[in-house]
Design a protein around this ligand. Structure first.
Ligand SMILES: C[S@@+](CC[C@H](N)C(=O)[O-])C[C@H]1O[C@@H](n2cnc3c(N)ncnc32)[C@H](O)[C@@H]1O
Length: 224
């Protein structure tokens, strides 16, 4: 039998292959989010999109989306996502036909992620906004959001002082984790009870933990 040996693949091929493959998966599934990822690979080669859309991140966001629907319903006039990174959770919510969402906004302190989030959500341009802002410097009363999401609570130093900025009665969905060894995680918690204790929400619709191979993710849905 003839043996064929493959020459080493140039690094640039990785982008072309990932772009082609992602476009194919988008065509096959009809998913605007996957189409957005293909566009991000083409237009923002420095974006860490493979990390942001790895299977653990996706599992945690699917968990958030399904639990939100069950615990708090399908209709939202304005969802505000803090620490929204490349806008993946917004895209996941906007492309899910079970929900009726008039507007999703993704805020992040890192100015470099804004254009990427916009590219990723290009299909939803009329229902999506990406904004560069520090979550501690936002006037939450003027936003009049009916849901505030923060799946990056492990990244913020003082969760309570941030929650105190949000008008009381507002619904929130919060995630944190026990992934202490990741250097950018400055506020991990040991357990979901420790997380609930830290957040001190006024009412709770959901409290849960999702174990993954490397860490456990915790989630609270309730009101401030
Ligand atoms: C690594 S990402 C998200 C991780 C998380 N597992 C997720 O996907 O939801 C954390 C994001 O929070 C953002 N961030 C950190 N501090 C912030 C602040 N004070 N205001 C707004 N965004 C912030 C970072 O710029 C980063 O994009």
């Amino acid at each position: 039998m003839k043996h064929t040996s493959h020459p080493p693949t140039p690094a640039s091929d990785w982008y072309e292959n990932a772009f082609d493959l992602t476009r194919g998966i988008a065509a096959y599934t009809g998913s605007p989010l996957i189409d957005g990822i293909a566009k991000v690979i083409a237009r923002h080669p420095d974006a860490d999109i493979a990390n942001a859309f790895n299977h653990r991140q996706v599992a945690c966001k699917l968990w958030a989306r399904d639990t939100l629907l069950e615990a708090a319903g399908k209709s939202y006039k304005r969802i505000v996502v803090l620490g929204g990174w490349y806008g993946i959770l917004s895209a996941m919510l906007l492309e899910d036909c079970r929900f009726e969402i008039a507007m999703a906004e993704s805020y992040d302190i890192d100015a470099s992620v804004e254009a990427v989030a916009r590219t990723l959500n290009a299909t939803f341009a009329d229902r999506f906004r990406a904004i560069t802002a520090d979550m501690y410097a936002i006037d939450y009363a003027s936003l009049d959001a009916d849901l505030i999401v923060n799946t990056s609570c492990e990244h913020i130093a003082d969760l309570r002082s941030w929650l105190a900025l949000i008008p009381s009665g507002t619904r929130v969905l919060l995630q944190s984790n026990d992934y202490f060894s990741e250097p950018t995680h400055i506020n991990c918690v040991e357990s979901v009870d420790a997380f609930a204790d830290q957040a001190k929400l006024a009412t709770l619709d959901f409290v849960g933990a999702l174990p993954t191979k490397k860490y456990t993710r915790f989630m609270l849905i309730g009101t401030v």
